[in-house]
Design a protein around this ligand. Structure first.
Ligand code: NDP
Length: 506
């Protein structure tokens, strides 16, 4: 029997997989973990031969967890099983040492066969992924055909050797794995204003879209063309006028036919409690919080998700079973954007700022494997608090530099991040007080200011041949995670990126 550990943050997906694998003769599920952080402990406890690893998890993602696990003596094989099929993710999973990469819609028999193969020491990619990679690498027209033959052979072999079908949908429940929607659809307006996000009844029969429709949108008795209620989401911040999130999120809603609105609200600090009560009264399914409410909002909520409680700040509130729960998606959004230009693993990172955004960026960068993080902040106490958090709750070594004069970026620094509000509209010419000559060619320089994206720091770094990341990548990625929380739909980030780029004339 091949001993298998299931790692996925979604309990329903884990139970669906467990039920499916229970029928297989060659495989035994010996344990489960709900986050990348739990993997090492679960492997120690259950001694699996193969780990079925999800990628996106709240604290430590599956790729970082794979890297950590495979650095241990005598590790099990890792088979990544995910809904996300981006080429970059496949490459990163393989670079981390995963023996295989499968999509969650792979038929059960093929999953069992893949487990057998990686246990036998072979590599395994799902046929779709194989086809794309071969085409990408070979760049010739026969590659796809050859891969298609390989895929058919694989399917035949899987059918012949694996015995376990998925249990019936009724028996296994409906796994809540987000699916990327590939086709725009007609807006579905049918919904109930007081529907809870825990409700999973949907409008599947109406939508021509191939993805699972928004989980929080319920069928209403009102015929669709005559139902004018929208699912309500939005943002509370001040200032708010410069924030382009509304345009980006509504572009995604329109593209995917999600019957929802995003309302950008300028909310003063003293009005925050009333704003949250108003959102409750109107049945909003969630909202973003930005400057200066990310910490203050906590006292108006009913609980915190794991990311927000570690980071100590909330940028995304989600209604679950009628309760407002604070989440933090900023850091995940930043690290996903960072990974498009550099892997933070084992890197030395300097972060300017120690506010809400800096905390999120620092914690997630640390959890993504950064070796050292230097926090440069004006306010000593705020900076020291963040450094203590990093040293106590992440494996990274962190130190504080109090920012009381022109800062010189230390030699050996790989990544520099501006996580202060310096450069934000309308103060667009404001510069960080640091010696730009200490930026060196090849360094990665990231500015999280989304408006304008081309900040003085971005321009200075480009002139010095640094690899530059603007604030739009983070903005888009945290938006994708927020929409997933509110609606259950995993939207296409390119639609959102194109929208904000066109707004800024990029
Ligand atoms: P906070 O108010 O919580 O923190 C602001 C930080 O900036 C503090 O560390 C503060 O230092 C520092 N700071 C501000 N002005 C100066 C200055 N003149 N000199 C030195 N340090 C300064 O804000 P947030 O962390 O919530 O937001 C910071 C920025 O991040 C905002 O501009 C926001 O737009 C951006 N952001 C971008 C996102 C994206 O998706 N791209 C997502 C989230 C935020 P001190 O502690 O000393 O006061």
């Amino acid at each position: 029997m091949i001993r298998v550990l299931l790692v996925d943050d979604d309990a329903l997906v884990r139970s669906g997989l467990r039920m499916m694998l229970t029928g297989a003769e060659s495989v035994e599920v010996v344990g489960e973990a709900a986050d990348g952080r739990e993997v090492l402990g679960a492997v120690d406890l259950h001694r699996p031969d193969v780990v079925l690893m999800d990628i996106r998890m709240p604290q430590l993602d599956g790729i970082a967890a794979t890297r950590l696990l495979l650095a241990q003596p005598d590790p099990p094989a890792v088979l990544v099983l995910t809904t996300f099929d981006a080429d970059e993710l496949v490459l990163r999973a393989l670079q981390a040492g995963a023996a295989g990469f499968l999509l969650k819609d792979t038929p059960p028999a093929e999953i069992v066969r893949a487990i057998e193969l990686v246990h036998a020491g072979d590599g395994m990619l799902s046929p779709t992924v194989t086809r794309r990679l071969i085409s990408m690498v070979a760049g010739d027209s026969d590659a796809g055909v050859r891969a298609e033959h390989a895929a058919s052979d694989w399917r035949r072999s899987a059918r012949a050797s694996a015995t376990s079908p998925w249990p019936s949908a009724a028996a296994r429940g409906t796994p809540r794995s987000p699916r990327r929607c590939t086709s725009p659809s007609r807006p579905s307006r049918a919904m109930s204003p007081d529907s809870s996000t825990s409700s999973r009844s949907t409008t599947a029969s109406r939508s021509p879209c191939s993805c699972r429709p928004p989980a929080s949108i319920e069928e209403s008795a009102v015929p669709e063309p005559l139902n004018f209620l929208s699912l309500l989401t939005g943002s509370f911040a001040t200032p708010a006028a410069e924030n382009p999130t509304v345009a980006m999120v509504e572009a995604a809603y329109a593209h995917h036919g999600i019957g929802a609105r995003y309302i950008n609200c300028d909310v003063a600090s003293e009005a925050l409690g009333d704003a949250v009560r108003g959102a409750r009264a109107m049945g909003w399914v969630g909202f973003n919080c930005s400057l200066p409410h990310k910490v203050a909002v906590v006292e108006h909520l009913d609980g915190l998700g794991e990311s927000a409680s570690v980071i100590g700040a909330v940028n995304c509130v989600v209604r679950r079973e009628g309760r407002y729960i604070g989440e933090n998606t900023d850091g995940q959004g930043f690290v996903e954007a960072l990974r498009t230009v550099a892997d933070p693993t084992c890197r030395s990172v300097v972060i300017f700022g120690a506010g809400g955004a800096a905390r999120a960026v620092a914690v997630e960068t640390a959890l993504a494997g950064a070796a050292r993080i230097t926090i440069v902040n004006r306010d000593r106490a705020r900076g020291a608090e963040l450094v203590a958090l990093l040293n106590e709750q992440t494996p990274t070594e962190a130190e504080l530099v109090v920012w009381d004069g022109t800062h010189a970026v230390a030699e050996g620094t790989d990544i520099v991040v501006n996580a202060t509000s310096i450069g934000l509209f309308p103060d667009v010419d404001a510069r960080l007080d640091f010696d730009v000559e200490t930026l060196r060619a090849g360094m990665v320089v990231a500015d999280i200011i989304p408006n304008p994206p081309r900040t003085p720091l971005v321009r200075d770094a480009e002139e010095r041949d640094c690899t530059v990341l603007d604030g739009l990548g983070m903005l888009v990625n945290q938006g994708v995670v927020g929409i997933r929380h509110w609606t259950g739909v995993d939207v296409d980030p390119t639609v959102m990126r194109r929208t904000v780029e066109s707004l800024f004339g990029l």
